[in-house]
Ligand binder design. Structure first.
Ligand SMILES: C[S@@+](CC[C@H](N)C(=O)[O-])C[C@H]1O[C@@H](n2cnc3c(N)ncnc32)[C@H](O)[C@@H]1O
Length: 305
């Protein structure tokens, strides 16, 4: 039987054991180590579960936002560069609302090959070798996103919409904003959706992170780092200074490891931060009812190639 899955191109190096060891010295396990192998299935289980309240929120936010984004694109053909598509659950919304016209392509980028395979499989009726390209790449690593975006622009449509949706954990690493800025070209936009802080809903916000399905994802990274998640306990807190949820694993030998951080900015803080990275912000919406943001960004220097 022939394998009809589109090809996955590797850009840059996979996260290495040396990187994990380095992080462990700082008592951290980067979340990207959790999404590979069994971790992809664990994420799929969480994303599909009824208890994952954030899931419904993202459907709602995308429905509200994508028509606004479409207006901005002014009928031009935009590639959809989707960073961290997970199991591909958002793809039908993007294809339905924005679509792919002319030379435009869908481009999925994920650090986890297993995750890309899930996204490809679940969208095989609409995406194929002709209209999609897939990259296994670590976007936290300097230059990878820019390299991919440049290649896409050169080969397909000249303009791209970079999608970073439901990516509070990825955006807790501030270097992503720099990588995104570098990757934007002339006429490009980036769309970010992210849950914000709501001091009255802290209990509800933290609850998502203590779901058994979430802890199962974290167990993958812990195992890679040599820890058994049954021999220790998790703790959950909100770091006010850094505006983020933090999940720690307290090992049976008394170490406290940060294994998840998810950025939950306040309105003004987020706006100012985006400005400080150099972005122009043609659309900035805080959805009070869902305490979540949808934001469209452009590069300030519009003459850039
Ligand atoms: C929280 S999930 C969100 C998935 C999707 N946006 C959704 O809403 O279902 C994060 C996704 O980003 C990917 N990811 C995490 N770190 C990454 C990195 N450094 N480079 C590329 N992809 C990464 C994960 O593998 C996963 O698919």
């Amino acid at each position: 039987m022939t394998n009809r899955l589109p090809k996955i191109i590797r850009i840059g190096k996979d996260p290495t054991t040396a990187e994990l060891k380095n992080s462990l010295r700082k008592n951290e396990i980067p979340l990207k180590f959790c999404y590979m192998g069994q971790g992809a299935k664990c994420w799929n289980n969480l994303r599909e579960s009824k208890e994952y309240k954030l899931g419904d929120k993202w459907v709602y936010i995308l429905e509200k936002t994508l028509p606004q984004v479409r207006k901005r694109l002014n009928g031009e053909d935009y590639n959809l560069i989707h960073v961290g598509p997970g199991n591909g659950i958002e793809i039908p919304s993007f294809l339905g609302s924005i679509g792919l016209n002319g030379k435009a392509r869908y481009c999925g980028i994920d650090v986890s090959r297993d995750m890309l395979e899930l996204a490809i499989e679940s969208n095989r009726d609409t995406l194929n070798q002709k209209n999609s390209v897939w990259y296994q790449s670590d976007v936290e690593s300097k230059g990878n996103l820019e390299r991919i975006a440049k290649g896409i622009r050169r080969k397909y449509s000249e303009r791209s919409l970079i999608l970073l949706t439901d990516e509070g954990t990825l955006l807790s690493n501030k270097s992503i904003f720099k990588e995104l800025y570098r990757a934007l070209g002339k006429g490009d936009y980036a769309l970010i959706t992210i849950e914000g802080d709501n001091p009255e809903k802290r209990g509800e916000i933290l609850q998502t992170y203590s779901l058994p399905q979430t802890l199962k994802i974290l167990s993958v990274g812990l195992r890679k780092a040599g820890y058994d998640y049954n021999r220790g306990s998790f703790s959950f807190s909100f770091n006010e200074r850094r505006s983020r949820v933090e999940v720690y694993f307290n090992t049976h030998v008394g170490n406290k490891l940060l294994c998840l951080a998810s950025y939950k900015p306040k309105k003004e803080e987020f706006f100012n931060e985006l400005k400080s990275f150099g972005f122009d912000i043609p659309y900035f919406k805080f959805h009070e009812e869902a305490w979540a943001f949808s934001v469209l960004l452009e590069k300030r220097d519009k003459n850039v190639q």
